[in-house]
Design a protein around this ligand. Sequence first.
Ligand code: PGA
Length: 262
Amino acid sequence: MRVPLFVANWKMNKAVAETAEFVTQLSELLVAAPGKLGQDFEVLICPPSTHLSTLAAAVGSRPIEFGSQNCGTAKSGAFTGEISPVVLKELGCGWTLVGHSERRHIYLEDDALVLSRTRAALAEGLKVVLCVGEKLEERRADKTMQVVEAQLSILKGMSASEIERIVVAYEPVWAIGTGENATPEQAEAVHASIRKWYSAQLGNSAAESLRILYGGSVKPENAAQLLREADVDGFLVGGASLDPVVFSNVIKNGLESRAPGV
Ligand code: PGA
């Protein structure tokens, strides 16, 4: 049984002063969700790294997880502008995103760099959301799985205990921040192929327990249809994660679509 995971990716948005109120409101709103937070579903907030210590204090003992949007490749040293995985742990982070499409395409991070970030994060005990996804021209050229498999191939050779701490987020680049989400059928087709790739490359049990999140213009209006798909195990949400009411509706609508009898 894969516990649904909902990730808020704030990107470079919000003032530090907005952080605590967001956490308070979100926790209150999620009391009405079908299922128990931290048990039946998980929520992970990835704010800008400048907000992490404030977020940690706001979360306190609540069952809300938090993490970074990226992770440095070494513990410490001469790496201007990078974020140490050791300090992420010190701040209480359990997670980091790596390979987000904005990192790959605006900051030209390649698979080799995504791999060293992933390795550094795992070495400090962090869990990793590895983001993959094709550009519009690649989809049009029928190269979606070729691109996604190349991005996944950094996982080959990792140990079972490392693989266990990885979640994959499928985010078609053409759907991110555009308002145009992948259809549930398009998302399911890629998610099922990712699970198949996992099974062939990393074994059946890794494939069965892998959580595959969908990201790209997720909103309250499309959450139910998308989460109803068999291989969609949660969401990575950008724009719709900035407002606690909207984000909680993404979560509630998604979970309701799976509730027994619905
Ligand atoms: P979006 O962003 O929900 O605003 O499309 C998703 C993401 O980039 O993680």
